[in-house]
Design a protein around this ligand. Structure first.
Ligand code: ZN
Length: 266
């Protein structure tokens, strides 16, 4: 009997070890990709990702994959690990009609500890890094506050200089700025807005769309809307800012500095 069962046992063993190998390959692949994305995007802070750990330049280590599987959408949104933060690819293109799949919000899943570690863990610490910059001094000349960490102030000035060169019909979207630094929670949530870290900027509110003005619940089925011309977003993307207009939960005025999501598409 043992002899008859042996091939089946061997086959089972082979299949199991093959599955385990595949799992390891996928885990390694996601870590290798994260290592490339994070070390390229944040050279002042991150060395690599290995052995399920993000290795920081200050010699501290944070967890990459929390090992939890089968998280619901709300669990993913409210307590993501860094692997979740990087899981959804940010689309390189924006072709019309733009029809994101349900909850396709690349960049909207954020591990708060990651941002606190770079930009400051308290309001006071974050504010110690802020700088005032002149937004489009030739056509608008507003003062906005962003962080100097990762040279975001300088990058935003480069964005401003390019936006200023766009034809006048674009100006209604990019003047009378909706807001930059603002230490606050996202509406109806316990999650800190990226405006709290001085890494986000909202364009003109009157010419923008935000899913939460049209729908009440995160879990609603949402029909995408946008008026913001992609020429504007493409300039932001060039300098490491992602656009909320590429989200299922659209926030078309919103841009935030998330170069890790743009690394792979260059
Ligand atoms: Zn915003």
């Amino acid at each position: 009997m043992v002899r008859n069962k042996l091939p089946a046992i061997l086959l089972l063993f082979a299949l199991l070890s093959c599955g385990a190998t595949l799992f390891l390959v996928f885990a390694d692949d996601s870590q290798a990709r994260a290592a490339r994305q994070l070390s390229t995007a944040y050279p002042d802070f991150i060395i690599t990702v290995e052995n399920n750990s993000v290795i920081w330049k200050d010699k501290t280590v944070t967890l990459f994959d929390d090992g939890k599987t089968g998280k619901t959408w709300l669990e993913t949104l409210n307590s993501p690990d860094l692997q979740d933060q990087l899981a959804l690819p940010y689309p390189k293109k924006y072709t019309l009609p733009f029809l994101p799949g349900k909850n396709e919000d690349p960049g909207r899943i954020r591990n708060e500890e990651f941002f606190k570690k770079m930009y400051g863990s308290t309001k006071k610490e974050i504010e110690s890094h802020l700088a005032a910059i002149r937004w489009m001094p030739l056509v608008s000349n507003e003062v906005v506050y962003v962080t100097t960490v990762n040279n975001i102030d300088k990058k935003l000035m480069q964005v401003s200089a390019e936006l200023e060169k766009l034809p006048s019909q674009y100006r209604k979207y990019i003047t009378r700025i909706g807001g930059t630094y603002n230490y606050r929670f996202i509406k109806d949530s316990k999650r800190l807005s990226m405006h709290s870290f001085g890494i986000a900027i909202d364009m003109n509110v009157d010419n923008s769309e935000y899913w939460n003005w049209d729908y009440n619940n995160e879990l609603d089925d949402i029909v995408y809307r946008n008026r913001m011309p992609y020429e504007i977003a493409a300039i932001f993307e060039k300098y490491g800012f992602i656009w909320g207009g590429k989200w299922y939960h659209y926030d078309t005025m919103h841009f935030e500095y998330r170069p890790e999501l743009l690394v792979e598409i260059k």
